[in-house]
Write a protein that binds this ligand. Structure first.
Ligand code: GRF
Length: 204
């Protein structure tokens, strides 16, 4: 059984996709042990409560620079994988070191484009459209000390249409996120993911 913690800051549709894929049997040996939010009042926490998952709000305004330490204290030796699903606070050591290659994040672009500090939410899609790219998508990657720089596990591509607005593109990419993130978790739970020289190898 792969015990996971899901960290959210917002609506939690990616969390919902994990819950749904556990319920429908796609994720067989995965258990969501905790859902943690870095702010009060997120719908992600409501989704978790509706499914009787243990929740915790560790308010970023209260913990400030200690937030990552606090999360490490809570999750150390309790979970096998941490999934950042629309989580906006900085993750630093000892959390990153303690969970080396055991923290994954979903980002709504094809990394290394439109990522890094300050690139989140609708801004990502505005930047993609402004640049005029013909494809965008989503990336599931491991989390390291920097923002969006860890080894890439999965990328799903979405065509950018000439009449796309950032909102329309965001919606289509989100649909792909809801496939890519559960797949990455499934591969982790089946021990099929290996990192060699920052490249992720998926062994079937
Ligand atoms: C998603 O696009 C995710 O990639 C990003 O935050 C957005 C919100 O997702 N990191 P969710 O609905 O809260 O899961």
């Amino acid at each position: 059984m792969l015990n996971i913690a899901v960290l959210v800051s917002g609506g939690g549709t990616n969390l919902q996709s994990i819950i749904d894929n556990i319920k429908n049997g796609y994720l067989k040996d995965v258990n969501i042990k905790y859902v943690i939010s870095d702010r009060e009042g997120t719908y992600g926490i409501e989704r978790a409560r509706a499914h009787n998952i243990d929740t915790l709000v560790l308010d970023r305004k209260i913990y400030k620079k200690e937030l990552s330490n606090k999360i490490y204290e809570v999750l150390k030796d309790k979970v096998d994988l941490i999934v950042l699903a629309g989580y906006l606070s900085i993750i630093s050591s000892p959390l990153v070191d303690g969970f080396k290659e055991k923290i994954i994040n979903i980002h709504p672009s094809l990394i290394p484009s439109f990522c890094g500090k300050g690139m989140y939410g609708i801004k990502v899609h505005e930047a993609a459209i402004d640049y005029g790219v013909k494809v965008s998508g989503c990336t599931v990657h491991f989390v390291d000390e920097n923002t969006d720089t860890g080894a890439i596990i999965i990328q799903n591509v979405v065509n950018v249409k000439s009449d796309d607005t950032p909102e329309k593109l965001q919606k289509r990419i989100l649909e792909e996120e809801h496939k890519a993130l559960p797949l990455a978790i499934k591969l982790m739970s089946e021990h099929k993911i290996f990192i060699e020289d920052r490249k992720v190898i998926i062994k079937e």
